[in-house]
Write a protein that binds this ligand. Structure first.
Ligand code: FAD
Length: 316
């Protein structure tokens, strides 16, 4: 049994006053896609953009601050996360419209944004309906599916920098590439403007249904899998991949809650598979580590308090 981790002695005392909610030792598992992982030392739910900006402006620079969507691209280790985890809900989950543009709070779910755009008769955002994250996470990861990704539809994003400045950055200045962005270090996306185009809601809804149907055909949508887990094998020669075929587990199965509560089992799967199949398995996408205050490679992350993040290096 794991001992409860104590917060840094004076962390709570060093944090500025906020209008939102600041709580210590908060279980993160219920907030994550896999429903596993340890607690946040501090969880901050800002009331609004001004509250977040004021907090970041006065939060001492040595305190790690990390935004969390719904952790559909993160596995949080059982030791939990040090520092302040920022969760954007309430005010940040609103979606509104201005002509053909959709202005979504970063805490809004991708599916909700796709559905609201559909109801408003706007096309082009259908691909979001198949991605189980938030809009903030989608910008950070340049999320995409079926040939379209955030970079194709983003006009601009409002960010709050680690120093607490609120800035609006045009989409083409966010460094968006395959499942990757170049947001300023420590910046939190709070609002995103996306471009749609007018269409009949029935047509848009039909395309969203087609996406759901394609997903259902190609992956176990009722199980909590980790989505695509392996990038394409380095060896692009089909002969080099012979024998893998359908056996290649591109999707990371979720941990078995009944027998092994915890993230360890899920983390071991890509390695087990690679031990069996070597390079032919392809590189696992789960490879980064957000440790206490800086990102370090998984291999050098000996501590228990870190999150593992998929880095999508090569398109599937
Ligand atoms: C079953 C399954 C299917 C998937 N299918 C796809 C797919 O088809 N296409 C695809 O692209 N991805 C897919 N993914 C991966 C994942 O859903 C996306 O990467 C998603 O965009 C992550 O969003 P999130 O809100 O869950 O972010 P999280 O996993 O919570 O965080 C991911 C990263 O984004 C950062 N972040 C989160 N919110 C913010 C914010 N507001 N500002 C700045 N940084 C932020 C976090 O700090 C972290 O570094 C899939 C995952 C699963 C489990």
């Amino acid at each position: 049994m794991m001992a409860a981790r104590k917060p840094l002695p004076d962390l709570a005392d060093r944090l500025p006053q906020v209008r939102g909610r600041l709580r210590g030792e908060v279980a993160l598992a219920p907030l994550t896609w896999f429903r596993v992982g340890g607690p946040a030392e501090i969880l901050f739910r800002p009331a609004d953009i001004e509250d977040l900006a004021a907090f970041l402006a006065t939060c001492p620079a040595d305190i790690p601050v990390m935004p969390l969507g719904v952790a559909s691209n993160l596995l949080i280790r059982d030791g939990g996360l040090k520092g302040v985890i920022v969760r954007l809900g309430g005010e940040f989950a609103r979606v509104r419209f201005d002509g053909d543009t959709v202005i979504a709070g970063a805490g809004a779910l991708d599916l909700t944004v796709a559905e609201e755009a559909c109801a408003a008769g706007l096309a082009g955002l259908e691909f979001l309906s198949g991605i189980p994250g938030t809009i903030g996470g989608a910008v950070k990861m340049n999320a995409g599916a079926y040939g379209r990704e955030i970079v194709d539809i983003i006009e601009s994003a409002v960010l709050v920098t680690r120093a607490g400045k609120v800035v609006t950055v045009p989409g083409d200045k966010l460094g968006l590439s395959y499942r990757h962005s170049e947001l300023p270090e420590g910046a939190i996306v709070v609002e995103v403007t996306l471009r749609g185009r007018p269409d009949e809601p029935e047509q848009v809804a039909q395309r969203m249904q087609d996406i759901q149907a394609r997903r259902a055909e190609t992956q176990p949508i009722r199980a909590r899998t980790g989505g695509s887990t392996f990038a394409k094998p380095v060896d692009a020669n089909p002969a080099g991949r012979q024998g893998l075929g359908a056996d290649r587990p591109r999707r990371l199965p979720g941990p078995d809650h009944g027998r092994r509560p915890g993230v360890r089992a899920a983390l071991q799967l890509p390695d087990q598979y690679r031990r069996r199949h070597g390079e032919r398995a392809g590189k696992p996408w789960v490879r980064k580590c957000a440790a206490a205050s800086k990102r370090t490679p998984v291999s050098s992350c000996a501590g228990k308090s870190c999150a593992l993040e998929r880095s999508h290096e090569r398109p599937l």
